[in-house]
Design a protein around this ligand. Structure first.
Ligand code: ARG
Length: 470
């Protein structure tokens, strides 16, 4: 084999065009699969010995070479700027340095097509576990916020207009809900890719008598694939994980945006600490929420990876085509970004302090209790439509006078809605408005408290689940 570790020279007399040679290399991306590739080599050489292609002594020598290479790479890192074309040729060349021609025998009955398919799935199981752990850390941060502020009022919005008061805890758990669904999507994708392609050859299977189920088990897969064409050609598991990541980022960007709005000078519901804020090189007064902005800004990158993968597969004939090499360039950075964004969002959220005094004061302002006034009128016998009309006029009048609904003077109340002559201050307080939403999924503090307890139990399960399996 040449220095570049070329694996297919026999038929060719001429050299590759130097620019194309560089262009077609994938090592700078697929070096990430190096340790997976070593394990695949280990399992495959054992299988070859069981099939009497290699002797036990051969396999021992190969395994020693693998151990040595693994130790070296663990210590010094995998050389991603090596002349080798891809990670498979790099591994083969490095093994040959350690166990000579035996290294060349390991490729018996195997193709880089089933090899890369197996390496990638193995690696995705690892990355998937990291993704699940990162999802757990941001969800934990949200549940902690909810526990602390389960009863703390804050204005709730629709159309970014003040709507009704909610609790900060309810807001935090709303974001936790969407992240739970993201977790489920990642787990679904991981469960579906947990099947071993090794032994599928280039496309048609291998003539070597390997026990593919044993091979799958040795590599930690739940099962072995059942069609060699599909096993080497399919990448829908990559799309599924990319979608799970894209949806996660979309959800995370909404959390990021909420926090950025909360931290703005116009809203001032809270403040990011120094650990996650940056200043301006020009404007000395600035305090920018960069962490959450970067989270929001990375969302498009991850969406792009999903579109890249879907487009790459569209109309691609079976089985393997070189197009598939680009799967890793799209997917791996996108997953890495998603994991990093989840982590940074957790740090930023932990560093975000709500101004609960201001949030509570603002929850009493801006006619967030108008619906409740209408409901009180309904309780006094007015139809909801009429009550809606009456309260609409009352809001206009209160704006004119410059007061809140609960502070309308008795004489005004009498003119506006003679049906209800009571002191409105307590029944229209944010606390009263909140406690009326005492329904499953509602924002009443007691309900939020219960949800926090449920979440805490659930998160314990997230922790003990071996993250990749359900
Ligand atoms: N580097 C390739 C990939 O990532 C694997 C090699 C398969 N190459 C081939 N010419 N069949 O997809």
């Amino acid at each position: 084999m040449s220095e570049a570790g070329k694996m297919w020279g026999g038929r060719f007399q001429g050299e590759l065009d130097p620019f194309f040679a560089q262009f077609q290399k994938s090592l700078t991306v697929d070096y990430a699969l190096a340790f997976a590739d070593l394990e695949v080599n280990r399992a495959w050489s054992s299988a070859l010995s069981r099939a009497s292609v290699l002797t036990p002594a051969d396999v021992q020598a190969i395994h020693l070479a693998i151990d040595d290479l693994k130790a070296q790479w663990q210590q010094h890192g995998v050389p991603f700027d090596d002349p080798a074309e891809d990670v498979h040729s790099l591994v083969e060349r490095e093994l040959a340095v350690r166990c000579g021609d035996l290294a060349k025998r390991v490729h018996t009955g195997r193709s880089r097509n089933d090899q890369v398919a197996t390496d990638l799935r193995l690696f995705l199981k690892e990355l998937g576990a990291e993704l699940l752990a990162a999802l757990r850390s941001i969800t934990t941060a949200l549940v902690e916020k909810a526990e602390r502020h389960f009863a703390a009022p804050i204005p709730g919005y629709t159309h970014l207009q003040r709507a009704q008061p909610i609790t900060i805890g309810h807001w935090a758990l709303a974001h936790a809900e969407s992240l739970r669904r993201d977790r489920g999507r990642v787990q679904d994708a991981l469960a579906r890719l947990d099947s071993c392609p090794l032994g599928s050859g280039a496309l048609a299977g291998t003539p070597v008598k390997v026990d593919r189920l044993a091979l799958a088990k040795a590599l930690g897969f739940a099962s072995a694939t059942h069609n060699s064409l599909d096993a080497t050609a399919s990448r829908d598991h990559c799309c599924e994980l990319a979608f799970a990541a894209a949806m996660t980022m979309t959800n995370l960007s909404r959390l990021a945006e909420d926090c950025i709005i909360f931290a703005s000078a116009e809203v001032r519901f809270g403040r990011f600490g120094d650990r996650v804020s940056t200043g301006s090189s020009l404007m000395p007064q600035k305090r920018n929420p960069d962490a959450m902005e970067l989270v929001r800004g990375n969302t498009g990158l991850v969406h792009g990876a999903l579109v890249a993968l879907l487009s790459m597969l569209k109309g691609l004939p079976l089985a393997y085509n070189r197009d598939l090499q680009e799967d890793k360039a799209a997917l791996l950075p996108a997953l890495r970004r998603t994991i990093d964004c989840l982590r940074v969002a957790a740090i930023a959220l932990n560093d975000f302090e709500f101004d609960t005094v201001r949030c509570a004061a603002e929850a009493e302002r801006g006619y967030l209790n108008a619906t409740d006034l209408a409901d009180l009128l309904v309780a006094a016998g007015v139809s909801f439509r009429d009550a809606h009309e009456l309260v609409g006029r009352a809001v206009n009048r209160a704006i004119e006078i410059g007061c809140e609904l609960q502070a309308l003077p008795p004489a005004e109340q009498k003119k506006l809605f003679p049906q209800l002559q009571i002191d409105l201050r307590q029944p229209l307080s944010a606390a009263a408005v909140l406690s009326r939403r005492d329904v499953l999924g509602g924002t009443a503090p007691q309900r939020v408290r219960d949800e926090v307890t449920r979440w805490q139990r659930e998160l314990e399960n997230w922790a003990c689940n071996k993250e990749t399996s359900r």
